[in-house]
Write a protein that binds this ligand. Structure first.
Ligand SMILES: [Zn+2]
Length: 298
């Protein structure tokens, strides 16, 4: 790798909870339904798999297309098969056309059971693209990735040397594979150590899971769980997930802006008479509950 550049960056200043939205499904565009939150993540991959949508959004830019006035962050966490097709010039063009307020650096794929040279070459690629991304003139979000502690530590160190101060850690797959409990603490330790050494304050966002973890170093969370779980008929209460037919919560009224006194049973009834409206209400309820649960104690 050629030598790395450096750029002076300031923290993005993430909200405690930043909902991801589904850009192809307007039911997830919560601001159109009366809920106001200042920031969202839009996953780029959803546009890459839909050419027509990508063209339309590229023409208008994300802000105009979505009609969203808050800050829009572009997520580059995406399925492996899409990653291989993208070079820096593609990312550069996409980011220019879409006009987000900040973007993640590109994702890579590292698996703990891959041969080490593979995950190292992916880690080197991550750092190399993080270096290319310094040429973009919008705020950047570094990524915390790696198949083991060494790779994570090295990737963080290189990004810190380039000036990155805001980081996201894609957590969904690690969580599902039961690896988060091992890799997250070491990532936090690395961040802490570099923070001390460079006298810099970093911020960390956990990306892709819908529950609050016990680590206080995690400043922010982002996920689409509030919406995906609603589509499965799941209901959040106090940050916990229930089937909305669960007798424990089924007949308890909810006073949130979306439910306005309805209990889950009434949401079930609503879904039967107007599926669209029922799902929309449940999703908004989940969004509000998750926001409350994740912002609590601040
Ligand atoms: Zn509610």
């Amino acid at each position: 790798m050629s030598s790395l550049s450096k750029k002076l960056m300031t923290k993005i200043g993430f909200e405690r909870f930043i909902p991801q939205i589904d850009i192809s499904d307007k039911k997830s565009w919560f601001w159109r339904h009366g809920v106001e939150l200042p920031e969202i993540f839009v996953p780029l991959w959803q546009l890459l798999v839909d050419k027509t949508l990508l063209e339309e959004v590229s023409l208008k830019g994300l802000h105009d297309f979505l009609g969203f006035n808050g800050r829009i962050f572009l997520s580059l966490v995406m399925p492996d098969e899409l990653l291989d097709n993208l070079r820096f010039k593609d990312y550069f063009r996409l980011v220019k056309n879409l006009g987000p307020d900040a973007t993640m650096i590109p994702d890579n794929y590292t698996y703990v059971d891959d041969p080490l040279f593979l995950s190292w070459s992916q880690t080197v690629r991550l750092v190399s693209l993080a270096n290319d991304f310094l040429k973009l003139d919008i705020p950047l979000i570094g990524l915390i990735k790696g198949a083991n502690h060494l790779q994570i530590d090295w990737a963080i160190r290189k990004q810190v040397e380039m000036g990155y101060v805001s980081f996201a850690m894609p957590a969904r797959e690690l969580f599902e594979d039961n690896l988060l409990g091992d890799l997250l603490p070491s990532a936090l330790m690395s961040l802490k150590w570099f923070s001390k050494r460079t006298r810099t304050d970093f911020e960390l966002l956990l990306y892709g899971i819908g529950r609050r973890l016990k680590y206080r170093e995690i400043g922010s969370y982002s996920n689409l769980s509030w919406f995906l779980e609603a589509k499965q008929g799941h209901y959040f209460k106090g940050g916990k997930l229930y089937n909305f037919k669960d007798p424990e919560i089924r007949f308890e009224e909810c006073t949130c802006e979306a439910c306005r006194g309805m209990m889950p049973q009434e949401l079930i009834d609503l879904m039967l008479s107007d599926k669209e409206l029922g799902l929309k209400t449940l999703a908004l309820h989940n969004l509000l509950d998750m926001n409350r649960a994740l912002t609590r104690g601040r």
